[in-house]
Design a protein around this ligand. Structure first.
Ligand SMILES: [Zn+2]
Length: 383
């Protein structure tokens, strides 16, 4: 079998950056070895810049791709959500074409795996022919305790459609957000699959904590505008995350997405949890919606497992993990590149439970091989 041998200026293997190392891969992209340049023999291809494993986009909404440029930046979250709800229907062929384009552009941007939020099965056709690995997070939303069973059944129907193509381990039913899922609906989700990976939009705006602490803030107007009755809701005096965490089974791995308003004190409620918790950063979407970012250095210093997502084209200018990395480096230049790259590759693969194949250059894996150029400014898939 033919091998390819790559000698980049810098090689990131999923763990650390090294130099003078040659990456050896089979013709089909399976990793064979990493050896010092002195032992690599003939046929070595010199690559300018840095090579790393393919990126994992831990949070996306591929089905919203037709909403690119449809919502003005900086509206704040409640108004953004209101507009998504009211703009999302377009002719199916328009939606499908936007999905196909977005899937292709992610692959060209070096993304090999995606944690994708699904409210419908409109992405199924494109995913069947895509080289990208997808985990579907089928989202349940229900603001009314009495409607919990019906909302769960609706999510279950979408779940079943994805199971016609994907194995069970790549499909989960998950709650949308702490403020949009009643405890009744949440219990149905938890009991349905107490070991499945869960994703949730966590503490994306200040209003989420205000709602849980005092039943006040910007979500009040959102519920009113949506015509939703919230008489049943009692504030707890606590921030959102500590308030809802026990609605998940302790055996469910968690992917907490956004974390813009997560404090150091909030993290205490995760101590001793049986299953792992991953914190997903979506800086491009946070800047687009509210011009604010999570305290990423605090999250990183707290020893959490961080991952990176693009969110959707409704709330971002592109679906590119490299652009997300550039946002992080622009705002927090003190964070080591090595750490950020591990969030974008191996941690993301672990969060999606796809790290047996993806996320790092280790013998037998097939993680995708991408080059980021000398200034980390463009992605070129090499395999
Ligand atoms: Zn999202």
């Amino acid at each position: 079998m033919g091998f390819r041998k790559f000698l980049p200026d810098q090689l990131f293997d999923g763990y650390r950056i090294s130099t003078q190392q040659v990456l050896i891969a089979n013709a089909d992209g399976t990793i064979e070895d990493i050896v010092p340049v002195t032992e690599a023999g003939d046929g070595v291809e010199q690559i300018a810049g840095l090579i790393c494993p393919g990126f994992v986009n831990a949070h996306c909404h591929l089905e919203l791709s037709h909403l690119k440029n449809a919502i003005q930046p900086h509206t704040g979250l409640p108004d953004f959500l209101y507009q998504v709800v009211n703009l999302r229907s377009l002719p199916p062929e328009v939606i499908e074409e936007a999905i196909a384009q977005a899937d292709r552009s992610m692959y060209e941007a070096g993304i090999v795996a995606v944690g994708d939020i699904c409210n419908t099965a409109s992405t199924l056709k494109q995913k069947q022919r895509s080289p990208v690995y997808y985990h579907q997070f089928v989202e349940a939303i229900g603001f009314n305790p009495a409607g919990a069973a019906a909302r769960f059944d609706a999510a279950r129907q979408v779940y079943e459609q994805f199971l016609s193509f994907f194995p069970e381990k790549q499909v989960s039913i998950v709650p949308h957000a702490p403020y949009s899922v009643t405890p009744e609906l949440w219990a149905l989700i938890r009991d349905f699959a107490p070991y499945s990976i869960q994703s949730i939009h966590n503490q994306e705006c200040p209003g989420e904590n205000e709602w849980f602490v005092r039943k006040s803030g910007e979500l009040v107007g959102f519920y009113e505008k949506m015509g939703l009755n919230t008489n049943f809701f009692e504030p707890s005096g606590r921030n959102s995350l500590p308030c809802y965490i026990d609605r998940f089974a302790p055996t469910q791995p968690l992917l907490l997405v956004h974390n813009v308003c997560t404090s150091r004190e909030d993290l205490a409620c995760l101590e001793g949890r049986a299953a792992p918790v991953y914190f997903c950063l979506c800086p491009g979407a946070n800047l687009y919606i509210s011009q604010t970012l999570p305290d990423i250095p605090m999250l990183a210093q707290s020893g959490l497992s961080l991952v990176i997502g693009t969110d959707s084209l409704a709330s971002n200018h592109q679906l590119s993990i490299l652009e997300e990395i550039r946002h992080i480096r622009r705002h927090f230049p003190e964070l080591p590149l090595e750490n950020i790259l591990s969030w974008a590759t191996l941690n993301g693969a672990k969060a999606l439970q796809a790290d047996a194949i993806l996320g790092s250059f280790e013998k037998g894996k097939k993680p995708g091989i991408i080059s980021l150029g000398e200034t980390l400014s463009r992605v070129k898939p090499l395999h």
